[in-house]
Design a protein around this ligand. Structure first.
Ligand SMILES: [Zn+2]
Length: 406
């Protein structure tokens, strides 16, 4: 699959920035140029190629059953600022590669296939992550387009009106029977294991809580240790206990305290108040619920042991999204058909697939990220692994396209 590799690198030159990376925010000129380039490849491959009215690339290989909903394959064409050449791009280029390969071998599955390139997944233009997938499903409806604005105050509506890819027709979004996404892992697991690819079992749920410990600010010299109500002590105990909770999960959860504020924040004042944010992620929704309860109990214990009071504000919860069982099976079998060992893992990051899974059967495949690096110019994946992932994507797509209704 030299073509896949070559195209990935040609695409990576669009939006190339001065720091060796790719900066291709959704709906910007580099994004439009990237869409045009991939559309050219798709059209040259004989696919029915266009874009929809919300800036997504759509290239179709019709199936034998013209009325059947399509199997969508894809990912996103935008990038984070100073990002890498693989995040998103691999899934789009591989989708076109799969459709092109099938056409070259005159394989015509029962259901048609659609290669999709979503406009805005990273959320760097409007501050809304996985935005295009939400526009696709209608979770964000047209009535909101005017009120979604970028950093310069320009609305999504205005962006869409101005968005133009010369020569590329605007087409209707096809009905999808299922969606498959090949993506770089963006973590170190497959690279560490020396594996080529994995099927994704679930996209992790994320739970975020703000915990505030209240003590008594006081003189750091005159207050004896035994008489202190130091709010930092509770917070510090909690941060380490949360780490131990995740460590005890058998790699089925991660926990992060990424915000830790001490107030009043002076060298000679005992902290009267600390505020920290605890983020939990797990592919198992049940485990996530248990972990949340355990964190609540830890807060109570840490407050009591240190003579503090505490408040808990659980302000964010996105449930874990399991992949559709039949689509997961198709991706697992596809690895074996592609000559790879069967391997399954969670996705610890969010993807377009996470949003689409709320409306249709979805599955994902991962290939390794060298050194576990992503969202950096150092993002890299061995060409062998990219090819293996695309092979598995092809087999999974065929299985779904010719298989029973999901
Ligand atoms: Zn991505």
């Amino acid at each position: 699959m030299g073509r896949l590799w070559e195209r990935l690198h040609r695409l990576g030159r669009i939006g190339a920035d001065d720091h060796g990376g790719v900066t291709r925010p959704g709906f910007g000129s580099a994004h439009a140029e990237a869409l045009a380039l991939v559309a050219t490849w798709a059209r040259e491959a004989g696919l029915e190629t266009g874009r929809d009215d919300i800036g997504n690339l759509i290239a179709v290989l019709p199936g034998r059953d013209q009325d059947a909903p399509l199997i969508g394959l894809g990912s996103h064409l935008d990038s984070v600022p100073n990002g890498g050449r693989f995040d998103g791009a691999l899934g789009v280029v591989a989708a076109v590669e799969v459709l092109q390969t099938l056409r070259e071998h005159t394989v015509r599955p029962r259901r048609g296939l659609a290669a999709l390139g979503f406009a805005d997944e990273e959320g760097n233009t409007f501050g809304i992550g996985v935005m295009s997938a939400q526009l696709w499903t209608g979770e964000i409806g047209p009535e909101r387009y005017a009120s979604i604005v970028d950093g310069a105050g320009r609305s999504l509506e205005a962006h869409l009106r101005a968005f133009d890819v010369p020569g590329l027709p605007v087409v209707a979004r096809p009905a999808l029977a299922a969606y498959l996404e090949l993506h770089v892992e963006q973590g170190p697991v497959l690279d560490e294991a020396g594996a080529s690819a994995a099927a994704v079992e679930a996209i992790v749920g994320i739970s975020r809580t703000t915990v505030t410990f209240h003590g008594q600010a006081n003189h750091a010299g005159t207050t004896p240790m035994a008489l202190r109500r130091d709010a930092l002590w509770g917070a510090a105990e909690l941060a380490l206990a949360v780490r131990d909770l995740a460590n005890a999960s058998g790699e089925r959860a991660v926990a992060t305290v990424g915000v830790f504020e001490v107030s009043p924040g002076a060298t000679n004042v005992i902290p009267g108040r600390t505020r920290l944010r605890v983020e939990l992620r797990s592919p198992d929704e049940g485990r996530l619920a248990t972990l949340r309860d355990e964190v609540d109990a830890l807060v109570t214990t840490a407050a009591r042991r240190n003579g503090l009071s505490a408040t808990i504000d659980p302000w964010h919860h996105a449930p874990a999204v399991p992949m559709h069982p039949a689509v997961l099976r198709a991706t697992q079998d596809a690895l074996v058909t592609a000559g790879l060992p069967e391997r399954t893992m969670p996705s610890w990051a969010g993807h377009d697939a996470k949003v689409l899974a709320r409306r249709l059967p979805v599955g994902m495949l991962f290939v390794p990220s060298k050194g576990g690096l992503s969202h950096t110019p150092d993002e890299d994946t061995d060409p062998r692994h990219c090819a293996a992932g695309a092979q598995a994507l092809l087999h999974a797509a065929l299985r779904l396209a010719d298989g029973p209704t999901l």
